[in-house]
Unconditional design. Structure first.
Length: 288
């Protein structure tokens, strides 16, 4: 919240420099009318910026900010060096609430949680991943990343989480960074150097189109789909063995590369089924 207030202060300073370019000391020497105009302009500008911003925390109620209105007022007046009117305070409170809903870039630390299994009325399993960024008052700041459902017998999925690059390379036959970043860039450079396509926008459109064709005609047909067909027919114990092997491949890659060695040690493996529920297949002894 404090970070958002001082971020807003920068908007006021920027607008001040535009409207009063000959003055260097922020709002010093301005009349009350000019100060009010400056604050109104800053609030409007920031609201306009946030209109098209993506909302990351739609369930944030704002009760924590509303319950600390007086604190916000005192901090804002001290930080902005502006006397807030009731209308401006209300607008600032609403702006702060919307800032929390839309700003995710300033939150460095967060945790990922994956829910997987069967609902009471589900025949096939589902998976849901959530990123939790913390708690503000009574509100959890979380982001629902993705959900997936098995909807028919014979369907299968392999869903890696966190450090997913190595497993995705194994399943899809190509490193995601190579497919989506390196190859399109190289193709665009080739089209430019050979003079086949002169317009930059067209070159990158063709490069991205190539990446889409690569996925549909090569990755899915030759690599991903055959593996998923095998996964669909494997007994549950073999699925557990495959899951452990994929983790071990990631650990091996991290251990023998310049990347941080962040995957390793014993791997816990479990099976969740509709009949037996949660069953450990392999679990390290924490007391050992």
């Amino acid at each position: 919240m404090l970070r958002n207030l001082f971020h807003f202060k920068k908007y006021i300073s920027d607008i001040y420099q535009l409207e009063y370019p000959d003055n260097k000391d922020d709002n010093n020497g301005l009349s009350k009318k000019e100060v009010i105009k400056l604050l109104s302009s800053a609030l409007k500008k920031r609201n306009d910026v946030l209109k098209n911003a993506k909302i990351h925390f739609p369930d944030f109620s704002g009760k924590f900010i509303l319950s600390n209105t007086e604190l916000v007022k005192n901090i804002a007046e001290q930080a902005l060096q502006i006397q807030l009117t009731e209308r401006h305070l209300e607008e600032l409170i609403n702006l702060l609430i919307f800032e929390v809903k839309t700003r995710i870039d300033g939150i460095v630390n967060h945790s990922g949680v994956v829910f997987v299994g069967y609902g009471d009325e589900e025949i096939f399993p589902s998976v849901c991943s959530v990123e939790i960024f913390g708690k503000l008052g009574a509100d959890f700041l979380y982001k629902l990343n993705e959900t997936a459902h098995i909807v028919s017998d014979g369907q299968s999925m392999v869903y890696p989480f966190a450090q997913a690059d190595v497993i995705n390379t194994f399943i899809r036959g190509i490193d995601p960074d190579l497919q989506f970043n390196i190859l399109p860039k190289l193709l665009a450079e080739f089209l430019e150097k050979t003079g086949l396509v002169n317009e930059e926008k067209t070159r990158y459109e063709l490069a991205n189109h190539f990446s889409d064709i690569l996925k549909e005609k090569v990755i899915d047909e030759k690599y991903r789909d055959p593996i998923l067909e095998i996964v669909a027919s494997l007994p549950t114990i073999n699925l557990a063995e495959m899951a452990e092997a994929l983790i071990n491949i990631t650990s091996l890659r991290r251990h023998h590369s310049k990347d941080q060695d962040t995957v390793g040690g014993h791997t816990d493996v479990a099976i969740i089924s509709k009949v037996d529920g949660f069953v450990w297949v392999k679990r390290k002894n924490n007391l050992a």
